[in-house]
Design a protein around this ligand. Structure first.
Ligand code: AMP
Length: 114
């Protein structure tokens, strides 16, 4: 399946749609989820056109993979949730319940997340 550049996160990355930014660098954009499932619910998306986690690890070069993971850590530091802990979720494809076909990592915290 090719990457669909009309997805909502692609529009946010192109600044065609607004978001509440938590962190941004050359590799990633982190912003608050529109329908939070916890007190803190943030999405981290890579800037490149990757459909899901598998697609990302298949196609991204090493710099992009490292840069994305460092951006996740920078987001966690900015949220101040590292000491208490957090949950990270990556929904993938139909069976994984992925709604938006642009790779994203959910960060959930600020409370005990079941
Ligand atoms: P997933 O099911 O893993 O694809 O998650 C998609 C997430 O994107 C859901 O938690 C939605 O609430 C969230 N979402 C959808 N549209 C927006 C938006 N415009 N801004 C922020 N979050 C969004």
């Amino acid at each position: 399946m090719p990457y669909d550049s009309t997805n909502v996160f692609a529009k946010i990355l192109r600044k065609e749609m607004a978001c509440e930014t938590v962190y941004e660098d050359d590799y990633a954009l982190a912003f608050y989820d529109l329908h939070p499932k916890a007190r803190i619910h943030v999405l981290v998306v890579p800037k490149g056109p990757f459909r899901d986690v598998y697609d990302f690890h298949q196609k991204a070069d090493a710099d992009t993979i490292v840069g994305f993971h460092k951006a996740i850590n920078a987001t966690l530091r900015r949220l101040g949730i590292v000491p208490e802990g957090f949950k990270m979720i990556i929904n993938t494809g139909t069976n994984g319940g992925q709604e938006v076909p642009h790779y994203h990592v959910h960060i959930l915290g600020g409370q005990r997340v079941g």
